[in-house]
Design a protein around this ligand. Structure first.
Ligand code: COA
Length: 332
């Protein structure tokens, strides 16, 4: 039953967690024919974290605990946990295991898969539950361990990705801090970026087959994905800003999915957003998929860069293809 309607959404806490092991570009030259200079010039990435020991649910839980602490609530206060990931420890979902590890005994928990758009899609999904008055306290986690699924012999992809987790707490609020959003999908370009299941028929009994296959490492058409991002991300941000009745000049921070510095620069240039308003930490982490936006958000908040009331234009984009934007104000 709906408790109340017309409720707003506030983002009241953030947290992040990264694996302890890091691999710099020089280290990658032991695996593939590449160079620090090539990777840094084409992508802006200098190093990435790799989860050699840590599980997805372990780094996600740590990020979540930090976000919950910042929000000043207890795990038992949570009504809902959404885990945006493409690399769950368990294909049935890892959100419930995180719910258990947090001790969030009242919360319902589920995974949401939308690749590198997962965090923005999750933000919008969570806000629907809050706006309808159903839930008051929601934990949204973006976490990925893409190193599990990277082809480490493919220099076109292995230099790009890294592992990490970020989380936010979203709460019902009198003032609505989610100012506008827009989400998009285009399945016609599904092949441009995928981590696909390949079936291997196995005959169970005569005449009846099942598919005893496996998932294959990430494949990507880098040029297509690049073109898609620099065209679609500015469009979707403009649409979300229009819905929010916000002008470019009112944006304090541009917070994009951290895929490639050239994509960040091209989007900022198209929107005429000055470089000093662009949040970037991909040099240290590479592309951490669903984790990249909350990881960069949390760092900027803890550094004191992002302050309460600041207006953030965020956009996620990636496999699907999917893309989306959310314009929100940080804080209560
Ligand atoms: N080190 C050295 N050389 C490399 C290399 C690497 N890691 N990867 C590719 N090359 C080579 C190519 O083989 C090619 O050589 P050739 O000219 O002899 O054929 C040359 O560098 C140029 O490759 P190209 O693929 O045209 O480079 P690019 O400028 O398009 O950059 C990406 C490649 C992947 C960095 C770029 O396309 C990109 O960032 N795309 C978006 C990817 C992305 O963000 N995906 C995730 C979205 S969520």
């Amino acid at each position: 039953m709906l408790q109340q309607t017309g409720v707003g959404v506030a983002i009241t806490g953030s947290g992040s967690a990264i694996p302890s092991v890091s691999l710099d570009n020089q280290g990658l030259t032991q695996l593939v024919e590449t160079s620090d200079d090539w990777i840094a010039t084409r992508t802006g990435i200098r190093q990435r974290r790799l989860a050699g020991e840590e599980s997805l649910s372990a780094i996600a839980t740590l990020a979540a605990q930090r976000a919950i602490a910042m929000a000043g609530i207890a795990p038992e206060d949570l009504d809902l946990i959404i885990l945006a990931t493409s690399t769950a420890d368990d294909l049935f979902g890892s959100a419930s295991s995180i719910q258990f590890q947090l001790g969030a005994s009242r919360a319902v928990a589920f995974d949401l898969t939308a690749a590198c758009s997962g965090f923005v899609f999750g933000l919008v999904t969570a806000s629907q539950f809050i706006r309808t008055g159903v839930y008051q306290n929601v934990l949204l986690i973006g976490a990925d361990i893409l190193s599990r699924w990277v082809d480490w012999s493919d220099r076109g992809t292995c230099v790009l990705f890294g592992d990490g987790a970020g989380a936010i707490v979203m709460q019902a609020s009198e003032r609505d801090r989610l100012l506008g959003f827009e989400l998009r999908s285009d399945g016609t370009q599904h092949q441009s970026l995928s981590l696909a299941y390949t079936a291997q028929p196995k005959e169970l009994v005569p005449g009846i087959n099942v598919q005893a296959g496996t998932y294959h490492p990430i494949t990507m058409n880098g040029k297509e994905v690049y073109r898609f991002a620099v065209q679609k991300v500015p469009e979707v941000l403009e649409k979300a800003m229009f819905r929010a009745s916000i002008s470019i000049e009112q944006i304090d921070w541009l917070l994009l999915h951290q895929a490639n510095q050239r994509i960040l620069d091209a989007v900022a240039q198209r929107l005429k957003i000055p470089t000093e308003k662009v949040i970037s930490n991909l040099a240290n982490y590479g592309n951490t998929s669903a984790a990249s936006i909350p990881l960069a958000l949390d760092e900027a908040v803890r550094e004191g860069k992002i302050k309460p009331g600041d207006i953030i234009a965020s956009s996620g984009f990636g496999a699907g293809l999917t893309w989306g934007a959310a314009i929100f104000q940080w804080g209560r």
